[in-house]
Every structure is written in C-alpha cells, then in structure tokens.
Design a binder for this molecule. Structure first.
Ligand SMILES: Nc1ncnc2c1ncn2[C@@H]1O[C@H](COP(=O)(O)OP(=O)(O)OP(=O)(O)O)[C@@H](O)[C@H]1O
Ligand SMILES: [Mg+2]
Length: 417
C-alpha cells in the first residue's frame, strides 16, 4: 500500500463540488449526486431510470479506462459489481477497502452505488464522473429528431404548431387512456405490472391502429396526441420508403425504428396509410412490400419494455391488412363521421359567430359527413364571402359568413359529390 499512500487524495468538498458540476452539466437538479462520507467511507448512491446490458458493458469499459487492476465481483443480466484490486494485485490485504461499483437492480430499485474506504484518488473521481455522464446523459432530443428528419420522417415537436381540434370526446377519452396516460406516466404502469406478475411485460399498448373512412381525423388526431402527451410525433413516410430502391426501403424502415429506440425519450411513431403494406397481387411489388412488412413486424415486436414509445398505424382499409400485422395492434380505434353533438362542436370551432340555433341547424344538416367535409364546407363559405367582398367593395357585407352562406356552401358540396 506504499504507492497508494503517496498518491494525492481529494478532499470531500472538492469531490462534492465536482459532482455538483456534473449534475449541472447533465441538466439534473443540484444534489442529484449527493455523496456521503461516514465512518471514513465515501458513498455515492443514486437511482437509475433504466439499466440495460449496454449500460453494464459500458461500465466495464469505463472502469477499464480508469483503473489498472480490478475484478468483476458479480455479474448477471441486470446487475454488475466491480471491485478495484490493490496496486500489488497479489496482495489481498484490505482489498475490500478499494473502490467498489455496483450497478443494476438492488435495494429494490435500479441503483448505481460507488463506495470506497477513505477518500478518492483523482483517477477514481474521473471514473465516477465518466460513469455518471454515461448513466445520466441522454441523447439530446434534437439530435435523434434531426436524424429522423434526415431519413425523411416528418418530425412534429410538441411545442410546434400542433392542430387544435374539436369534438369526438368519447374517442379522445379512449385515446387518453390508451396512449397519452401511459406515455406520460410509464412508471405507474410498470409498478402495476411488477405487482401483478413479477415481470415487466408491458401492460399498455405499443401499437395502436386508427381505422376509419377518409377524412375522419386520423392523421390530425395522431399529431394532436403528441401535443397532449408532450412528446414528438414522428411521421414515418411509408409511401416514400416503399418507392426507394429495392432493399434500401427495408433498411430505412429498420433504421427509423432503431433511432426511435435509441432516443431515450418516448416518441409517437405514426405510420399513416399503413395499408400500403397490404398484400398486393402485383408480384414484384409484393416482394418489396413483403420484406418491408417483415421488418415492421420484427420491429413492432422489438419495441418491448425497453421503450415507452408507441406506434400508431392509420388505415381506411383495416380488413385488407396482413393478418400478422393486424394482430400486432393491441388496440384498434374506430374513427367515424361525427354524431350530431360532435358536429355541433366542430361547427362552433369552425364558425364561432353562429348563434346556438344556427349552429344546431347547420349541425343537423351536416350529420353523417366526415369532419374533413365539414371543415371544407366552412372554409369554402369564407372564401365565397371574401370573393364577394373583393368584387363588391362598397356593398355592406357581414364580417363572417351567415348561416345561409354555410348552407349554400353545403349545397354546393353535395352537388359536386
Ligand atoms: N377533431 C377535429 N377538429 C377539427 N378539425 C379536424 C378534426 N379532425 C380532423 N379535422 C380536420 O379535418 C381534415 C381531415 O382530417 P384528417 O386528414 O386527419 O383525416 P384522415 O382520417 O387522416 O383522412 P384520410 O383517411 O383521407 O387520410 C383535416 O384538414 C383537419 O384539419
Ligand atoms: Mg390521413
């Protein structure tokens, strides 16, 4: 132990200041890494959100880089314990006083614990900070999203201009329960899974299908969910991927899922018009779509408990989907034309100037039309009014369309269908 005594030892306040600095750098609260120094023993213990094999392997790599002599004390799939040896590796005297790293599931939760008798050497402090940076540093939100955008995905961040929507309360309630709540509170679901089954099989869906006729709000709702949940929506450009070179398309789709997996935060992966992968009679196309489909099936299975991301598929033709694909969707949400109450809310949204009676009258006449049609009818009435204003600048026209204007627009719509 002669050599060791000669090395500089760090003071506790110095160590503490350095750990505070790292917490700050990682965007964590002050005190996130609060070491203790009791009975001449240094201990740093912190809770981890996630422990996976790659974190354990990286811990070994980091230890290798900073420590000369050490051994793995214990290792399994989700637990690793490392112990530094004496400078003279043949001496076992007081060996357990050296720095020890334990990482994984213990103390009933995922924990990183570093302890050492006495205080730290500079190399040991660098080891600790490297480990903390690895365990607590997340990939930057912008980077993964930028990479997804670079491979052709439409990326909608929750702070972007997300659509405002109206109506469909029952559907929205269901979506909240199926998608929004699990995305926002994964730990609650995980705790329940643990309490019921001693494992962490996901108890909330990883894939949901939006099924319904054209113009019933599937695409709009997917984007809106990102806003509600506070996570990005990534629009997977299936058409675009399908038209890529043979072989390239399945690689691109796989890469999109891998990126989503690596994001370190939940994403809503939205695959619009997923029926593009429906079995086709065209042999050549079929081969390409079949490969793409098999990648998708594999990736949907792979999005296991590792991530809380959710994949949403949307289709007008659920009945045409491949059976294996259809079975991956744990929840199928039906989109349909608004009922009268929805129609009233939609009209209040698109034509707020109408009185309650006018609203009810228009809603009654619009019943059974898809939301897209209602929206188009309302916006068309606005354009008709604008044109009149431009062509007759002196005539006293109202600021906004009247019920009659909307009814005319509706009649036009019906006439041209
Ligand atoms: N809840 C809503 N409130 C207000 N406007 C809506 C709502 N849902 C959809 N819209 C509007 O209706 C239009 C059509 O909706 P959307 O494109 O989402 O339908 P879709 O089901 O994806 O159709 P398709 O099957 O043809 O792709 C959009 O322009 C959107 O602005
Ligand atoms: Mg759509």
């Amino acid at each position: 132990m002669k050599g060791e005594a000669a090395l500089p030892q760090l003071g506790f306040s110095e160590i503490r200041a350095e750990l505070e600095r790292v917490a700050l750098e990682l965007g964590l609260s002050n005190g996130a890494f609060e070491p203790t120094f009791e009975r001449n023993e240094f201990t740093l213990r912190c809770a981890l959100e996630e422990v996976d094999e790659s974190l354990l392997l990286d811990t070994i790599t980091i230890a290798k880089k900073h420590l000369e002599n050490w051994r793995i004390h214990n290792a399994d799939k989700n637990y690793l314990s490392l112990q530094a040896l004496n400078d003279n590796i043949f001496s076992t005297e007081g060996v357990l006083d050296n720095i020890r790293i334990r990482i994984g599931a213990f103390y009933n939760e995922k924990t990183l614990e570093i302890s050492r008798k006495g205080t730290l050497r500079p190399a040991e402090l660098s080891l600790i900070t490297a480990l903390l940076r690895r365990a607590f540093g997340r990939p930057r939100v912008r980077d993964v999203l930028a990479e997804l955008a670079a491979v052709g995905c439409g990326v909608y961040r929750p702070d972007d201009d997300m659509p405002e929507i109206a109506g469909f309360r029952r559907l929205r309630e269901k979506l909240r329960e199926t998608i929004v709540l699990p995305l926002k509170n994964p730990e609650v679901y995980e705790r329940i899974a643990r309490a019921t089954r001693n494992n962490t099989v996901r108890n909330h869906p990883r894939a949901v299908l939006f099924a319904g006729p054209p113009g019933t709000g599937k695409t709009t709702m997917a984007r809106f969910l990102g806003k509600e949940a506070g996570f990005p929506v990534v629009h997977v450009p299936l058409e675009n991927i399908l038209s890529a070179y043979y072989g390239e398309s399945s690689r691109r789709l796989a890469w999109i899922f891998d990126l989503a997996q690596a994001a370190g935060f939940p994403l809503i992966l939205f695959i619009d018009e997923i029926d593009a992968l429906a079995p086709s009679r065209n042999e050549k196309l079929f081969e390409a779509t079949r490969r793409l489909l098999s990648v998708l099936l594999r990736k949907l299975d792979g999005l296991g408990s590792l991530t809380t991301s959710v994949t949403i598929g949307a289709t007008n033709r659920p009945q045409d989907l491949d059976a294996a694909l259809l079975s991956r969707f744990e929840s199928i949400l039906e989109f349909s034309e608004p009922d009268e109450e929805d129609a009233r809310e939609l009209i209040a949204f698109y034509a707020k100037q109408l009185t309650a009676e006018e609203n009810t009258e228009l809603a009654r006449q619009c019943a059974g039309l898809p939301v897209r049609a209602i929206r188009d009818i309302c916006l068309r009435a606005e354009r008709m009014l604008a044109r009149q204003k431009i062509e007759n600048p002196t005539s006293p026209l109202p600021d906004a369309p009247t019920l009659e204007d909307y009814l005319r627009s509706l009649a036009d719509y019906r006439a041209h269908r």
